[in-house]
Every structure is written in structure tokens, then in C-alpha cells.
Design a protein around this ligand. Sequence first.
Ligand SMILES: Cc1cc2nc3c(=O)[nH]c(=O)nc-3n(C[C@H](O)[C@H](O)[C@H](O)COP(=O)(O)OP(=O)(O)OC[C@H]3O[C@@H](n4cnc5c(N)ncnc54)[C@H](O)[C@@H]3O)c2cc1C
Length: 623
Amino acid sequence: MSSNVEINEFLKILQSFGSTSVVQWILRVLTISQAVFQTGWPENYEISDGERFDFIVVGSGSAGAVVAARLSEIPEFKVLLLETGGDPPPTSVLPGLSRTLPGTKYDWNYTAVFDEGVGQAHPGGYMSYPRGKLLGGCSSINYLIYSRGVPEDYENWNRIAPGWDWETVLYYFKKLEDMKDPLIFEHPENARLHSTTGPVKVSRPKTPPSTALIDDIRIQSYEEMGIPRVLEINGPEIVGAARPHFNIYGGRRSSTAESYLKPAKDRTNLKVAKYSTVTKVLIDPGTLRAYGVQVYTSSKTYIHVYATEEVIVSAGTFNSPKILLQSGIGPQEELSKVQIKTLVDLPVGKNLHDHQVIQLNYKGKRGLETALQNILTAFQIDTIPSPLQIGFFRVNGSEFEYPSKLQPHFQFFNSYYGAGASEDLVSGCSLEKDFCLALGSANVNNELDTVLLALLHPLSRGEVKLRSTDPLDDPIIELGYFRNDYDLKVVTEGVKYMNTLINTTYFKEVKASIPKLSVTACENIEWGSDEFWECYAKNTVLSVQHAVGTCRMAQDGVVDERLRVHGVARLRVVDASVIPLIPSGNTNAPTMMVGEKAADMIKEDFHKRKKENNKDCPGETVL
Ligand SMILES: Cc1cc2nc3c(=O)[nH]c(=O)nc-3n(C[C@H](O)[C@H](O)[C@H](O)COP(=O)(O)OP(=O)(O)OC[C@H]3O[C@@H](n4cnc5c(N)ncnc54)[C@H](O)[C@@H]3O)c2cc1C
């Protein structure tokens, strides 16, 4: 038994002793030490040129790790999982440190560009767009918020790609979930949406009374604005606000590396090759059948490994289209620009969409008491220490009928900063210098609420393209925000509505105000006018890193409803890139759900093929 397992067992015993503060502290120290002295990740497998497997999965992220782990449940399947990155570091495991990961070696460090006249408050006209480069992919570096979207999101998928209706996907959402919050099961309407039997842990960590009060005041304010207080953000309501659930349990991040790959690490039929970058899919030009992949290894050589059954590309919204394009699958017009011969002409890289967000700031109470809040939270690295409230709402008006009334227009993330967190705010601010400095100044003596207002259903689309034929070159990411005027109209309405927060009881009591942050592009517009907020939104726009859609699942898309690439046999894409329409919430859980459903479809199709060929059917009973 490894020391990690022993510590885990000990932690479980301690947890059963309840919540005295001494036990809490012992737990905290042990959890942190367990994250720092890591063991338990799958061992690295050194692949050799010419090796054969049944299934090759490219990328171990939110979807890829799920697919590889589920396929390897069938002992007869030989599965290879290829991943560019390595093991998650302690900063990934400990939830309170998640914000330190973007920009490090655990991030692909991509930059994404705005169209002319958009995002002008971003120096250089581009912004960093983090993507996890490690076991678990983005699920190992994200902000751990657990949100699934609403039923109508999936009914819409189902209209485009049959088989993805709400009741079907709910089965997979429940299959992946281990809900640790007992409160949910006290309410039948909520309980039916959740499960305790899946591998991914979900909890709402307890907060100290001072933090709970801050949460409560904000949720009360949103209630006054007409956004109801709800039990949870994955409940039966379409709109409402609550403290969110997180993919955290026992002080650890429940990434797909933690919840799927660790438990599968001793299976001899699953090999995990780290530091291995897939540069293209090998496709027979005569039969158009995928038969393997080209890999750039840690020793800087290119090798080939072969798949007798299927290649599954799960490299994420930017890298999956890149790999397909490098393999000759994509728009002929784009491929010819970089002199790649087109094998199959498909809209790869198109349909990029995202939850673009507008950061709004509200300056509140003055004084030492709120500054103390920052000190209280600083040591709680085994949880999400800062107060955070999440809500969903629709704006009124017959001109805002898209999306349907069964979906919210906006999601918002309200973070609270006690006075004096300015340095944090300034260093985390990527906009023009004067804007960031003014943001910091607003918080020197006063608490500050920053609200990230996310447009949930944009009509604008961007695109991912190849920069060159060099497979190690970063792709071009054109965000395409606000290409459709409707998006800016809805966003401006949402911003104006959100600004009424300062008219609610608490914010009025503390004489809250909206700090005047300078945006050069809007200098000549009257501050606070509708025109100003439109300009502010267009130019300070950010992202919550929910990019999807570049290998769209649709008849006229890149993959069919079983995620098979149109026109190419034995090749699937399984990750956020297949999402045809972005859901009303964060994208990690929906992507894990896609992985779960895909694994079942791959197993089914394998058995179907074997039956057709009249051969033995290993593992059929598993289904
Ligand atoms: C900073 C940040 C915060 C976020 N916060 C949240 C949140 O709080 N809640 C939420 O629900 N969602 C959040 N998201 C979004 C969510 O995590 C992603 O939508 C989701 O994880 C995407 O999963 P994926 O499987 O498509 O891709 P990924 O998880 O990115 O997986 C792709 C994997 O493939 C590997 N890979 C890529 N190219 C290659 C190659 N050529 N060869 C081999 N391996 C390769 C990558 O290294 C990576 O491990 C956040 C994302 C980020 C980056």
C-alpha cells in the first residue's frame, strides 16, 4: 500500500469524527501534505515506433480521460492515452491555488485575437487564452465550478444531432457525478437530478460565518433585483442565484485525472504516454480509414503508433481542429492556403463560440473590517476561500427573444474582495494599464464586488485556423466576439440591468458606487450613458474560457451524432469541440458528459462491428 493510500484512509477516519476545529486543522495539514508529496498518478508509458493498440485516445482532458478510463474497463481492449503534459502539480490539486496555473508550463499559453474595433482595451488586440497541458487537461486547471446548463440546451442539441435530449444526457450527468452535498437529497425535485455513484466528486464546502454572511447579503440583493434565491445552480429552475457547487472534496480537486485516471492506473490494458504530442492522424487516402497517429515524443522524434479499432481525438476546442486540419480534414479553402492536401472537405475550426464576459465593478463598504476578510481567506488553500455567488437571468423585452424562454440570457459570477486586495486585482487584470490601476484604487479602502457577466448564447462565431504546416506551431484563434450585432444589444441590456445592483438595500446602505474606470476607446462618450456601456462592453470584453464548437456535431458539421468524423472511418472527436451550441453554464461538466456518452457509443459500435463480422465479443456484458 502506498503512503498516499494510507494517508487517504487516515483522512477518511478523521473526517468521520465531525468538525471540531482541531480535527479540521489536522485534516487541512494532511490534505495539503498529500497534495505536495504526490503519488497515485498513472505511470508514464514509453511508446515505441510501430506499436499497436485497439484504441488510441489523444488528450487526457475533461473528455479524453473519461473515454480512456471507460474503454479500459473492458480488459480485452488495449487502450493508449497520449498526452502532451505530465502529472498535475500541487497547485492543481489544491483548489485555493487554481488561479496560479494559467500562464505556467501547465498551460498551452495560447493567445486569441479580437476583430478590429473589438477588445481595444486589451493591449495588442489579443488576450491570453489558457488551456490545460497536463493530465486532466482544463479540468486540472479550471476554477472548479460545477454547472451543467438547462434541459432546453440539450433539447436543442437533439434537434441538431438526435440522441442528445435532456433525459438521455441526464443519465450520463448522473453517471459521472458523486454529489457530496446531503442538502440536495432533502428536496425531491433536486434529488432526481443528482447521483452519488459516479467518480467525480461535487460539494459545496462550508465557509466561515463571516464569508457566509457576505454570500447571503449578495444573494439577498439579487433577490431584490428579481433573481430568486435557489438551492443550487443545477436544480430545476432556469433562473436564480446561489452559492455554487464545486468539483472539490476532501480538500482536493476532483479533476478527470483524479476521478478517472487514478482509479484506472493499475489496469494493464491502459497505457498513459505523457509528454507525447500527436501531430496528425494517419488516414489511408484510398479507403479514408484512420489507422493510427503520428506522435512527437519527449525525445524530439516523430514516431507512428497504430490503432486497429479507432482513433479518438480529445485534444480540446483549439487542438482537435488543429490535428484534423494537419491531417487533411478541413475546409479546402483554408487547407490550400497552407498547402495541405484535402482528404475530406469539412467545416473544421468554424463555429467557435464562447461565453464572453463583461467585468463590472461595484465599490462598497469602507474600512478595516472588510480588509480583514482577505487575511481570513488567504490560508484556506484546500477550498475556494473567497465568497462567490453565481446566478442566471433573462432580460425583458420582445427584441430579446433569442434564446427561448426556457434558457437564461446571462450567467453571472459575483466575487467579493475585501478592501486592500488591490494588488491582486491589478496583477490579475489584463486590460490597459490605466483601467487596471483605477480598478486597484477603487479597492484600496473599500470592498469591491466584481461581477463577470457572461453572455450565455452568443450568435457570433469565430474560427480556429492553421498558422503553418508546422504541427508544433500554435493555431490562429479568431474569437469573433460581437460579429453579430444582436450579441452587443443583449449584452448592453444585461450590463444596465446588473448595474442596478447598487440600488438594492445593502449596497445603498454602504453608499455603493460604480467606479469610473477609463477605457481609452470610449473616452469621447458620456460616462454612464447607454452608448458608453455598449462601448465599454465591446472593448473590455473577456472570456471565462468556455470555447466550444470547432468540430461541431451536426449533419452539416464535422462529426455525426455518434461523434464519428464525416467521411472518415474509425475516427471520432470527443471533447468540447463537438458541442454544437454552448450550454447555459460552465463547460467542464457538459464535456465530461460527452466523454461518458461517447465511451458507451464506442463500446456499442465495437460490438456491432464484431457481431457483423461474427467474431467474439469481449466485454459485451459491461454495457
Ligand atoms: C482557466 C480556466 C477556468 C475554467 N473554469 C471552469 C469552471 O470553473 N467550470 C467549468 O465547468 N469549466 C471551466 N473551464 C472550462 C472547462 O474546463 C473546459 O471547457 C473543459 O475542460 C474542456 O475539456 P476538453 O476535454 O474539451 O479539453 P481539455 O480539458 O483542454 O483537454 C485536452 C487535453 O488534450 C491535450 N492535448 C492537446 N493537444 C494535444 C496533442 N496534440 N497531443 C496530445 N495531447 C494533446 C491537452 O494537453 C489536454 O490535456 C475553465 C477553463 C479554463 C482554462
